[in-house]
Design a binder for this molecule. Sequence first.
Ligand code: 13P
Length: 265
Amino acid sequence: MSQRTPIVGGNWKMNLHARDAKQLAEVIAQRVGGLDKAEAVVFPPFPYLLQVGTVLKAASGGLTVKLGAQDCYHESNGAFTGEVSMSMLKDVGVETVLAGHSERRHVIGESDELINRKVRAALEAGLDVVLCVGEKLEQRELGQTDAVNAAQTQYGLAGVGAGQMGRVVIAYEPVWAIGTGRTATPDDAQGAHRAIRGTLAAMFGDKVAQATRIQYGGSVKPSNAAELFSQPDIDGGLIGGASLKADDFVAIVEAASATVAAAVG
Ligand code: 13P
């Protein structure tokens, strides 16, 4: 049984305004405070990072909810209108960043090269990184799932040292499952996760591959979280829609925590 601590992320995407964001953070921080077998992190929109971070810091408990950013830029400063640097994010209390989310790849048009620059710059700045990978529906139908995930993992982590991998989490998010209500079956997700772990083993060796957490994302809900998280290579989840409802997000973090308790007990 793996010793990996599951990690559950709440990706709020471009949703909520200040009052609701603070309220959601407050409830989440209070209610997951007693859990100590899983990690939780929330990714609010940029304008609310500082306020949400302040709320999270004020709450106490066994599990502190970390503050994450949905995006970042690899340059340290200068004429990059609209972009936000790593040091600015650290300044407002951000500890971890998403890179390569499918909406940034396929809606905004980010390339593997840009994603890789962001991953390396974030790690160099001392931030943790969640690298998102996942195939589109047509790629899945052509049997390309594992090849797409392998390529996005290899490109995304090019130039990253094995010693930095302790600060990297992979999020496998099949594009066809995001926001659609369609979830990968636990078996399909497990197969994709196992293949991604194989790619990590080829890149960094078996020890690093076994220690790296791989989250599943795509229509995770309280009703399907436990079964997904109990798969041997699934180490928690990256949650979109359900992370905007405190009850649902807390139930999903509880499911991750319970998986560990069941494995240990
Ligand atoms: P949903 O949970 O809404 O499908 O979104 C998943 C996701 O994209 C998290 O990053």
